[in-house]
Write a protein that binds this ligand. Structure first.
Ligand SMILES: [Zn+2]
Length: 310
């Protein structure tokens, strides 16, 4: 078993938050004795309830079935991936935001430990601007198997000890979860005092099952959700042209009942309207850009002042 050193230092039981110990090939909670498997060096810190809930959502999602079907034909999957239109969002400020986040983290520690909650299939775009030091201590966390994963866990029950983590990033995740307030409380718990959080959520974006899609946040809503943190900055990460571009590529497709037609039309309109998102090069930072922004962000730190637990 080869769990990385920085991960084994902070790993804890997702139920009782006590440290875990090695026991043969498994990890065992030192308090409640619950045991967790390690598969291909990735600890599976899932509670039974989380697994069955995820299964329920995944079975209901139309695109999960299509994705599975596509995975059976690798050549077709490769073709679809190569020819699919670019993402309709032009993330103008995201790079600068992540640079700011890394500066905050490197002030906290020369070797900061950061958790990427809901890391998914980690592409190059959603980590642009991250410094080598922060990337070095970055732990990918997701509820299912993906590439570049450090630990499998449910964000509602993070498998880390109290005050053990320097930074948390959560990008495009909170719209897909059952209880975002519970996740924010978990982030508060695992962060060290002064630790930083970076959240990105879509605003003007179509309904997308991954495997389920529950909500959108306005800028005020995002600020309210993360009200316990001291705000460093908040605003637009993909501007109004990105929102418009997404709506325009979605609108013709939703007329079709057949899932293959839906995706085919989206493919075509996706390419046609994509240049519209480039307008965000100029328009993403204006006063009213957040009124119809594609995506919004919040960056903040955990208060260093002691607070009474309620
Ligand atoms: Zn336990």
């Amino acid at each position: 078993m080869m769990v990385s050193e920085e991960l084994s230092k902070i790993l804890a039981c997702p139920d009782c938050h006590a440290p875990v110990e090695r026991h043969h090939d498994d990890l065992v909670c030192s308090q409640c004795r619950r045991s967790f498997e390690v598969i291909a060096n990735v600890p599976v810190m899932l509670r039974q309830e989380s697994q069955s809930q995820l299964q329920k959502f995944a079975e209901a999602a139309e695109n999960t079935a299509l994705r599975d079907k596509l995975a059976q034909r690798p050549w077709m999957q490769k073709l679809v991936m190569a020819l699919r239109p670019p993402h309709p969002f032009f993330f103008k400020g995201a790079r600068a935001n992540r640079e700011k986040l890394c500066a905050l983290l490197e002030k906290l520690s020369p070797n900061p430990v950061t958790v990427d909650v809901g890391s998914g299939i980690r592409g190059k775009t959603n980590l642009k601007g991250m410094s080598p030091k922060v990337l070095n201590g970055l732990i990918g966390l997701d509820i299912g198997y993906t590439s570049h994963l450090g630990v499998i866990a449910d964000a509602h029950h993070l498998p880390f000890g109290d005050g053990t983590v320097h930074g948390v990033i959560i990008q495009g995740v909170l719209e897909h979860v059952a209880d975002p307030d519970a996740i924010v409380r978990e982030v508060q718990r695992v962060l060290r005092p002064g630790g930083a959080v970076y959240v990105e959520t879509p605003f003007v974006q179509h309904y997308h099952q991954d495997p389920e899609d529950f909500r959108r946040y306005t800028l005020a809503g995002l600020r309210q959700l993360l009200g316990e943190f001291q705000e460093t900055s908040a605003g637009v990460s993909a501007g109004p042209a990105s929102g418009l571009c997404d709506m325009m590529s979605e609108f013709p497709a939703v007329w079709f009942k057949n899932p293959h037609m839906y995706w085919a039309v989206k493919w075509l309109t996706g390419w046609l309207v994509w240049p519209i998102s480039w307008l965000d090069f100029f328009g993403a930072g204006r006063k009213r850009s957040h009124f119809m922004a594609g995506a919004l962000f919040f960056m903040g730190t955990k208060s260093t002042a002691l607070k009474h637990e309620t």
